[in-house]
Design a protein around this ligand. Structure first.
Ligand SMILES: [Zn+2]
Length: 255
């Protein structure tokens, strides 16, 4: 039985590095990654990238003030459904979307994947549904209200029951952030999402300027470090240097 993993880059963001990591300066262009996992019993996406309206009018969706903080390099065809189609996969054939968290560059493409079950940690769902918390931490509940069946999970969730594709809670960046462990034939890869933006975040334990819970984020980084010590490879959330080393779909990622 084989599990296959593919990386899909769904546009880029230009952003202020001081917000991304302690001691950061200047601006940097970072990738917006999503991942396709093919298991014999179903297809899984880890995150869906940005809403397609951000290709033309980010302020329409994010509001002018928020949109102005980012530069958007997001072209037609780079949305998650376009990326899937260009590798010969039908967006309607995706069975599960694992939502790392409810930020616009992670769950914004949910509407492009019509038939999937959304898998989200319960604290993230609850925070998204609490208008005060959602506004304060930039969570967008609209991405949960598109008619998908939503599976709220508490803690680890083994999607196929065989240990090959397992959601693990990595809170701190947001209340219910989750990462995804993917066991390939050669070894395990952990898709960290925004629990760890950069390689340096893990090595130097330097956090972004604004997070939901710093202590929880440190604990999540320690969890990732522990998985790495156990032999797993960590895939960072928005690391341009690291991303250059990742084969892009339709090429398959080997361990
Ligand atoms: Zn992000």
């Amino acid at each position: 039985m084989t599990v296959r993993l593919f990386a899909l880059t769904c546009g880029h963001l230009d952003l202020d590095m001081a917000a991304m990591i302690e001691d950061g300066t200047g601006r940097e262009r970072v990738p917006v990654p999503t991942f396709l996992i093919e298991h014999p019993r179903g297809r899984v996406l880890y995150d869906t990238g940005m809403h397609p309206v951000l290709q033309t009018d980010p302020a329409e969706r994010l509001g002018a003030a928020r949109a102005a903080r980012f530069g958007f390099d997001y072209q037609v065809g780079e949305e998650v459904s376009g990326r899937l189609e260009s590798m010969g996969r039908d967006p309607a054939g995706i069975d599960h979307v694992v939502t790392s968290h409810l930020h616009f560059d992670h769950s914004g493409g949910n509407g492009l994947i019509p038939n999937a079950e959304l898998i989200i940690q319960r604290p993230e769902w609850e925070a998204g549904m609490n208008p005060e918390v959602a506004t304060q931490f930039g969570l967008d509940p609209r991405d949960l209200e598109l008619g998908h069946p939503v599976r709220q999970v508490d803690g680890e969730h083994d999607i196929f029951g065989d240990g090959r594709v397992v959601c693990i809670p990595t809170p701190g960046h947001t209340p219910g952030h989750q990462s995804l462990r993917v066991r390939l034939d050669g070894g395990e890869i952990v898709l960290a999402g925004d629990a760890c933006y950069f390689c340096r975040t893990l090595r130097e334990r330097k956090l972004p300027a604004r997070v939901y819970d710093r202590a929880a984020m440190h604990a999540s980084l320690e969890r990732l470090a522990e998985l790495e010590r156990g032999g797993a490879r960590i895939f960072f959330g928005h690391d341009p240097e690291f991303w250059r080393t990742v084969p892009q779909a339709p090429a398959e990622i080997a361990f």
